[in-house]
Design a protein around this ligand. Structure first.
Ligand SMILES: O=C(O)C(=O)C[C@]1(C(=O)O)C=C[C@@H](O)C=C1
Length: 120
């Protein structure tokens, strides 16, 4: 992941598959993409946690299948090589991970730059 002077801005060069000639090169590209995915998943969970605190019934009890279907439909336009059923399963896991994180930390961390929650 490219370091950026503004930690709230994520800028990443996307590897081009046609530029990757060796297993090591391709694995290094995967590792970079996975680091970005992890950062996005972490922030998505935090944002989804905000929704859980704001909606009348949050958490697993307040799941909204229609909203989840719309999320998958919108994402499938950006991921045309992934079968819709696979994308739906991926997003189901992502959404459940976010709901689980929100239930384990219902207040949410006040400062996402401070993972230890130590404040300052
Ligand atoms: O949009 C909501 O209502 C949310 O609670 C967020 C979210 C999500 O993570 O995107 C989580 C659970 C719902 O079933 C639908 C979507």
């Amino acid at each position: 992941m490219t370091a950026h002077p503004d930690p709230e801005l994520l800028t990443v060069p996307l590897p081009r598959p046609e530029d990757l000639a060796t297993v090591d090169d391709a694995r290094a590209a995967i590792d970079g993409l996975d680091a970005v995915l992890a950062a996005l998943l972490e922030r998505r969970a935090a944002v989804a946690g905000v929704v859980q605190r704001l909606k009348p019934v949050g958490g697993f009890a307040g799941r909204d299948p229609e909203r989840e279907r719309r999320i998958v439909a919108a994402m499938s336009r950006h991921a045309p090589s992934l079968a819709p059923g696979h994308l739906a399963r991926i997003m189901n896991a992502v959404i459940e991970a976010g709901l689980d994180a929100a239930e384990r930390d219902p207040g949410g961390r006040k400062n996402v730059q401070d993972p230890a929650g130590a404040g300052g």
